[in-house]
Design a protein around this ligand. Structure first.
Ligand code: FES
Length: 100
């Protein structure tokens, strides 16, 4: 979905909360909105399986790295937008978006 000129991947986590993230993966630019998989509250990239947290776009898992390994801050999506659901409508508030 494109909102105010930004391409976003909008999804519900397994807990039902709505999330909106920059659609393009910070690794090699895959479109997370096309083939991305929901894993918990994260969205998994369809190319190499990196997982990004819905709340802030941070990379939480890389399949071929130790789970406890720290991730540099640039291993994050450029944009995460605060979402709230009202009457089944996803409301996005760009004033509180996280630009990384
Ligand atoms: S392009 Fe997304 S994990 Fe590689």
């Amino acid at each position: 979905m494109t909102v105010v000129g930004k391409n976003l991947a909008v999804y519900r986590g397994e807990d039902g909360r709505a999330h909106a993230l920059d659609a393009y993966c910070c690794h090699n630019g895959a479109n997370l909105a096309v083939g991305g998989l929901v894993k918990g509250s994260c969205l998994e990239c369809p190319f190499h399986g990196w997982q990004f947290r819905g709340d802030d776009g941070k990379c939480m898992q890389i399949p071929y790295c130790e789970p406890s390994a720290s991730r540099p801050s640039h291993f994050a999506l450029y944009l995460a937008v605060y979402c709230n659901v009202v009457l089944d409508l996803v409301m996005m508030r760009f004033s509180d978006c996280i630009k990384l």
